[in-house]
Ligand binder design. Structure first.
Ligand SMILES: [Fe+2]
Length: 333
């Protein structure tokens, strides 16, 4: 098709009224409504409506709007394949926590999810018993975990992706030219078990040398996260579980800069005190020990919960909307 023919094939855009601060929202929604994608149409309608209302309610000035634009430009400039400033921004605004809870609801007897954070990266595959951390990077810690379904059956072949900082509180991706370290993927065995050597997690500040760090400073907030180890559990037919285990009693347990801590994910870190256990797992007596029993739900269980949660929310708001895949969508006409 030529460019002229393509232009001729585009239906005429709806006519807009004289634009004022009172009707700009309605007109923006009207022109966006040309989309035939019902979910996109609904998201854009709500985005424009709330964005405009935010500007109206705050009486946003041109200077403040330009400050906001400059802030986003700075977030873009500092971002790279390994520096995810926008994820960080979403995290410190509590948006990641909110979306994660809505998009991956779990049955009561399943392990709760928490934020992915900005440091997940490709990791190598390991065998049970391997160490995912270079020697000398911290105090050795045995991680032993089981994975079961919501009926209590052990799950074999679950991919368990684990990542944490080194003992200085830095992820491998924060070092120039560094290779993968303190991260790895291992599969559960026939009993649904994994065990790896890692290091005792430490608290660390999120990267705060960029615009998000400056924003926290202006808000009087500290940038620290409590000691934790991240986990991502994946198996076909099951809802992926992105979660983390947090050390109880950490000084930042109740003020996590990115709102990741949940009481179900707080653990007491232990020591390996049984010589038989030390010998079995090839670790030293008195090494640190983290043990946890994960429970993952099926995609069907998660989908039903998600749809139920959407229906409840819409009913409470008095909204009548179609759901597709458990998510509200706009009408096409
Ligand atoms: Fe982290």
């Amino acid at each position: 098709m030529t460019a002229d023919a393509e232009l001729a094939a585009v239906p005429p855009a709806p006519i807009l009224k004289d634009l004022t601060d009172e009707n700009i929202t309605e007109n923006t929604v009207i022109i966006n409504n040309q989309s035939r994608d019902r979910r996109l149409k609904y998201i854009m309608e709500r985005l424009v409506t709330h964005l405009h209302e935010f500007a109206r309610e705050t009486r946003l000035t041109t200077d403040e709007w330009l400050t906001g634009i400059a802030f986003l430009v700075q977030c873009g400039k500092i971002s790279s394949d390994v520096r995810h400033e926008f994820v960080l921004l979403s995290d410190v605004l509590g948006l990641s926590c909110l979306i994660d809870s809505m998009d991956h609801p779990k049955p009561k007897n399943a392990t709760i999810a928490t934020i992915l954070g900005p440091f997940h990266a490709e990791a190598g595959e390991f065998e049970n018993g391997d160490s995912i951390c270079s020697d000398g990077k911290g105090e050795q810690c045995l991680i032993r975990a089981s994975v079961k379904d919501t009926q209590g059956r052990p799950l074999e072949g679950v991919s368990v992706d684990i990542w944490e900082t080194d003992s200085t509180g830095h992820y491998d991706t924060q070092y120039d030219g560094a290779t993968a370290d303190c991260r790895g993927i291992v599969k559960t065995d026939a009993e649904g078990q994994i065990w790896l050597k890692a290091i005792r997690p430490v608290p660390y500040p999120i990267p705060h040398d960029g615009p998000v760090g400056k924003m926290l400073e202006h808000l009087g907030r500290h940038p620290f996260r409590p000691s934790h180890v991240h986990f991502k559990l994946v198996k076909d037919g099951y809802d992926p579980l992105v979660t983390a285990l947090y050390l109880k009693g950490d000084p930042y347990e109740t003020t996590d800069a990115v709102f990741g801590v949940k009481s179900q994910l707080l653990i007491e870190i232990d020591r390996v005190t049984d010589p038989a256990m030390a010998a079995r797992y090839g670790v030293n007596l008195n090494d640190w020990l983290i043990e946890y029993d994960f429970v993952i739900c099926t995609e069907a269980e998660a989908a039903e919960l998600k749809a139920e949660s959407s229906r409840k929310y819409l009913a409470a708001k008095g909204l009548k909307l179609d759901l597709i895949d458990g998510l509200p969508v706009a009408d096409l006409d």
